[in-house]
Design a binder for this molecule. Structure first.
Ligand code: SF4
Ligand code: SF4
Length: 98
């Protein structure tokens, strides 16, 4: 959450998310993250820090409940290693109108 300190605002304070029981995001091949992705850009470009590197398990962890559906992760991963789709109908970000 360190990068949010620039403004002291957390983007998740401004959206309401209805959390699905099943993740809409997964890592296709965890070994690829460990062995071939030195800088792990997913841990930087996601605006709400859905991805983080767990040094204990040596895996990328995915906190899908934080996703604001910006759609960047399938393009931002240099190895095409993230499977992302919109949450099931009725779940995810609840947009306000009016
Ligand atoms: S950017 Fe892609 S390959 Fe690299 S750590 Fe993240 S998910 Fe794994
Ligand atoms: S779609 Fe956007 S907010 Fe959701 S996990 Fe991917 S980069 Fe993060």
């Amino acid at each position: 959450m360190g990068n949010f300190l620039k403004t002291t605002e957390n983007p998740l304070d401004f959206v309401e998310i209805k959390i699905d029981g099943a993740s809409h995001i997964s890592i296709k091949e965890p070994r690829l993250c460990r062995e071939r992705c030195e800088n792990k850009p997913c841990t930087y470009y996601c605006p709400t820090r859905v991805f983080y590197w767990d040094g204990d398990t040596q895996d990328i962890q995915v906190i899908y409940a934080r996703c604001v559906e910006c759609g960047a992760c399938p393009y931002g991963c240099p190895h095409g290693n993230i499977d992302w789709h919109f949450p099931a109908g009725g779940y995810g970000v609840l947009y306000r109108h009016g």
